[in-house]
Ligand binder design. Structure first.
Ligand code: MN3
Length: 211
């Protein structure tokens, strides 16, 4: 098969108490696993699509035949989004939490005023995303910006498709499946706690790569 489910870079219990073990198991195995299976099914028997990376597939959705375009959008987006999401988190105090340093810290401060102001605006975008979707920090034309997308859309799909363009530097899953077992309807509590497991070293790598 063209795509496979990446292993988590830590144990299912590693992000406790911010993200509970059962949520991680279901989220990784069932949700992300389902996106991978459905993406492979959508592109099966189409060599031109099977040869592409997931990022390349979603960055040019018009290249996918109309019959499978929505499946590639939803499941390719789901695969790309979650593959990034697992990597930008780490256990609290073992790579997770704290504040960014270096170029990323300076860029966040110059763009948003302070790290605290950045977090407030990011969580505000998450609170305003109605239904399922993602909140993003993206680099666009050399500048950082905050936005959100619906469903499994990714900024790589472009402004016309998702309403948000740019290279993702940080992404937060605000689908209920990401938090409902522990936080129920309290998305704000989930977002507030999530900063304790953000792997700023990895985010800084993505920022450097995006530049
Ligand atoms: Mn999810």
């Amino acid at each position: 098969m063209a795509h496979s489910l990446p292993a988590l870079p830590y144990d299912f219990a590693a992000l406790e108490p911010v993200i509970d073990t059962q949520t991680m198991q279901i989220h990784h195995g069932k949700h992300h696993g389902g996106y991978v299976t459905n993406l492979n099914n959508a592109i099966s028997g189409q060599p031109a699509l099977e040869a592409k990376s997931a990022e390349a597939l979603i960055a040019d959705l018009s290249a996918a035949p109309e019959a499978v375009r929505t499946a590639v959008r939803n499941n390719g987006g789901g695969h790309v989004n979650h593959s990034m999401f697992w990597r930008i988190m780490a256990p609290q105090g073992k790579g997770g939490g704290g504040e960014p340093t270096g170029d990323l810290a300076a860029a966040l401060k110059s763009t948003f005023g302070s790290f605290a102001d950045f977090k407030t605006r990011f969580m505000d975008a998450g609170a305003k995303r109605f239904g399922s979707g993602w909140v993003w920090l993206v680099l666009r034309d050399g500048k950082l910006a905050i936005g959100s997308t619906a469903n499994q859309d990714n900024p790589l799909m472009g402004q016309a498709v998702t309403g948000l363009a740019g290279k993702p530097v940080l992404g937060l899953d605000v689908w209920e499946h990401a938090y409902y077992l522990k936080y129920q309807n309290r998305r704000a509590d989930y977002m507030t706690a999530w900063w304790n497991v953000v792997n700023w070293t990895k985010v800084a790598e993505l920022y450097r790569a995006a530049r």
